[in-house]
Design a protein around this ligand. Sequence first.
Ligand code: FES
Ligand code: FES
Length: 170
Amino acid sequence: MGTDIKAPPVTGAGARTITLTVNGRERGLRVEPRVSLLDALREHLGLTGSKKGCDQGACGACTVWVDGRRVLACLTLAVTCQGREVTTIEGLGDGDDLHPMQAAFVAHDALQCGYCTPGQIMSAVALLREGHAADDAEIAEWMSGNLCRCAAYPNIRAAIREVRDAAGGA
Ligand code: FES
Ligand code: FES
């Protein structure tokens, strides 16, 4: 015991105030230029749904949308999102109602530990919007930026197929 865990410094050299619209709500925050969007979301705004599996663009656990397009929040500097719209897994559902993709992930057991899941779901919804879900091979290709160590891939594809078909195809 006695471990003294300190929160990282909130601001430091060159800190500036930026405004982001996060999940439809305008949020002001003061960040150093080096702070990633991922850390801004997690550590400054308390939105811990977006995960950090690698912090170098390799795993996809940090996938969010900026202006409606999926991006890796660990490779995006928060200051570059000034004035832009950011959507995270916390903003996907409607109150207590799950987004259809969230419900499909639950129904198809498309998660185990759940750590990759927020990124998988943000990617999966974007995938359908992009029209990249014609068949399993295309889904696998366009979801290949999201790693899952629990190997839920077949179930993730099943969830995506269900939402795709319910919406009338890719
Ligand atoms: S944490 Fe961003 S890609 Fe792994
Ligand atoms: S559910 Fe565990 S890493 Fe994907």
